[in-house]
Design a protein around this ligand. Structure first.
Ligand SMILES: *Cc1c(COP(=O)(O)O)cnc(C)c1O
Length: 369
């Protein structure tokens, strides 16, 4: 053999993305297609961000600002946290991997919920760390007392997606604070707040920034991919104690957030109107999807994100296939180890019209198979 790929790498399974619209169009010759599989913003990007992108296009022969000073300043002003406590990434996905590089090595462990966001497991495998997955509770929420029992002296990261992907549920402030206080020394809690803006209205929803200010060993992760509608540009950010931010700065790629992405993110952060429109639309969309799934007998969770998670009690692959043939792309829970569930993202009104039109026939077809 001329090469020896690391065993850790061979164990990784490639990320399986939602089915692309173009592929469904080609495969089934459909014109109406609703992609409800990737928790994207159905209203699109902020028009201000699009303007900023166009303006930045002529400068792409220049490397980006490695420190991303303007974007960091904008985030710093918005959240009242110094730039020294802010880290940027090529999507928050990158920061998940950066944190794993900073904290994990063979002999260390990480604790995550099951099911939860898949990148935590991939990053742990890559670092050769032990992955301890703790089942969610009966309400599909993180089971903090079971996670505390699972954490040990060698635990370096506890991942809590809050709201959780794929279930949309949250952990509340008080139990979370008690949990963080009780963790063994050396374990950092990472609150992945990719859906923060959708949950922020809930009074008991904790904010990573408050916990970091209180001096807890906490990292908060946010992204421009979901409520801000910039998934294709890849910009994520993190809040953390300065020492952790310094460590990430020394492992990250110098130019990890590209020039147009930096410009668009600054503009998007400033577009409060687009964000509010997004949140308002999301409320209605979640109610519509939840109502539909419940009418067909599924058990839905209370979602604080931009998608609905529901358990049908039967393998949902035939339902997925039947919806796909009608132009509706959803997710089955299979990639999360929950094949009887589905995850459906908030779409446009037209997307949800198509979902509602397709659903009864798809269910019949799925049940007949
Ligand atoms: C979508 C998502 C991310 C990744 O966001 P990017 O910034 O696009 O990399 C991270 N965590 C969770 C829980 C997500 O759902």
């Amino acid at each position: 053999m001329r090469w020896r790929i690391r065993e850790n790498v061979k164990r990784l399974t490639p990320y399986s993305p939602g089915k692309p619209i173009e592929e469904v169009r080609r495969e089934f010759g459909l014109t109406r297609i609703a992609k409800l599989a990737s928790n994207e913003n159905p209203l699109g990007p902020s028009p201000k961000a699009v303007e900023a992108l166009k303006a930045a296009a002529g400068d792409v022969h220049r490397y980006p600002d490695m420190a991303a000073a303007e974007l960091k300043e904008a985030i710093s002003r918005r959240f009242d946290l110094p730039p020294t406590q802010i880290v940027l990434g090529n999507g928050s996905d990158e920061i998940i991997h950066n944190l794993s590089q900073v904290f994990l090595a063979p002999g260390c462990s990480v604790v995550t919920g099951r099911p939860s966001f898949i990148q935590y497991a991939a990053a742990a495998h890559l670092a050769g760390a032990e992955l301890i997955e703790v089942d969610l509770d009966a309400g599909a929420r993180h089971d903090l007392s079971a996670m505390l029992k699972a954490a040990g002296e060698n635990t370096r990261i506890v991942w809590i997606a809050n709201p959780n992907n794929p279930t949309g549920t949250i952990v509340e402030r008080e139990p979370l604070e008690r949990f963080i206080q009780a963790l063994p020394e050396g374990a950092v809690t990472v609150l992945d707040e990719a859906y923060y803006e959708f949950a922020a209205h809930e009074p008991n929803y904790p904010n990573s920034i408050d916990l970091i200010r209180s001096g807890y060993p906490v990292v908060g992760l946010r992204t421009f991919s979901k409520s801000y509608g910039l998934a294709g540009l890849r910009v994520g950010y993190g809040f953390m104690p300065p020492e952790i931010a310094d460590a990430i700065d020394s492992v990250r790629e110098p130019f990890n957030v590209n020039r147009p992405a930096q410009a668009a993110a600054v503009a998007a952060l400033d577009d409060e109107e687009h964000l509010q429109r997004t949140l308002k639309h999301n409320d209605r969309a979640l109610r519509r999807i939840t109502g539909l799934l419940q009418r067909f007998g599924a058990a839905t969770t209370e979602s604080y994100a931009n998608f609905v998670w529901a358990d049908f009690g039967f393998d949902t692959q035939p339902l997925f296939d039947a919806l796909l043939r009608r132009g509706v792309i959803i997710r089955t829970g299979a990639i999360f180890g929950r094949p009887t569930s589905v995850r459906i993202s908030a779409g446009t009104d037209e997307d949800l019209d198509l979902l509602e039109e397709a659903f009864e026939d798809a269910m019949k077809e799925a049940a007949a198979i």
